[in-house]
Design a protein around this ligand. Sequence first.
Ligand code: PAF
Length: 283
Amino acid sequence: MQTACTKDELRTLLAPVRGKRIVLVPTMGALHEGHATLLRQARALAGAEGCVVASVFLNPVQFDNAGDLATYPQTPEADLQTCLACGVDVVFMPTPDIMYCPDRSITLEETHLSTVLCGAKRPGHFAGVCLVVNKLFNLVQPTDAIFGKKDYQQLAILRRMVRDLDIPITLHGAEIVRGEDGLALSSRNVRLTPEHRAAAPGIRRALLAAAEAYGAGADIVSVCADVQAALSAIPGVVVDYVELVDAENLHAVTDERRLALLAVAAFFGEVRLIDNIELSRNV
Ligand code: PAF
């Protein structure tokens, strides 16, 4: 495994593999088993001949909350060990001053899918994601990139970016990785208090109950109300949103035969957790 910290180092490391399959897994570090799963999928996709690139970059541009950025866990040494164990070929670990010119003046904004769910709560977040992912795509020039479905909205927006900008990269969505108690793995979980950590799997239970109710024909308003009530009953939790939307365009469901998405965000103290589940009617 080789590590690049600058754009020139990255170009040099990737020069010999141009023309082969290059699979990129962008991350912000603090890697956990969810990331490791993406990295192993990337290895399988790239095969023995291809190249797996992981980026580890805590992107300041996508944080709408300075406190969240300042407390975001950073574990670079452990991240390198995880990448090595998962068969990564090249790790790109730039600093913000390497990634961004101080007078950068180009923005990249998706204007439809970004207006709802987390986008409505975190102004500028998805523009920052689109900007950094676009830069990573230009720098690495991968054939494929893998993103987790825990950030379902992010994946939908990046699919839209690739489609609308004719970016010749195939995106793959990976299923959410959960702990045995059902909590979706997240770098932010380490910041939960023991009480909140013990209560957080309640999110998954609420989503599963909702999936069953929706499948059996419950209406959208009552499904959302039940999830809202279940989450609000967890001590110390402040619900940010509970929404049931069309899984592709993330706006109101207009055709219940299509796949739907139930997405939630909730604050456990200072820590904001998100989760989601795909839903369909059993008809
Ligand atoms: O999902 C993440 O970790 C980040 O949003 C990403 C895609 C690495 C961009 O910084």
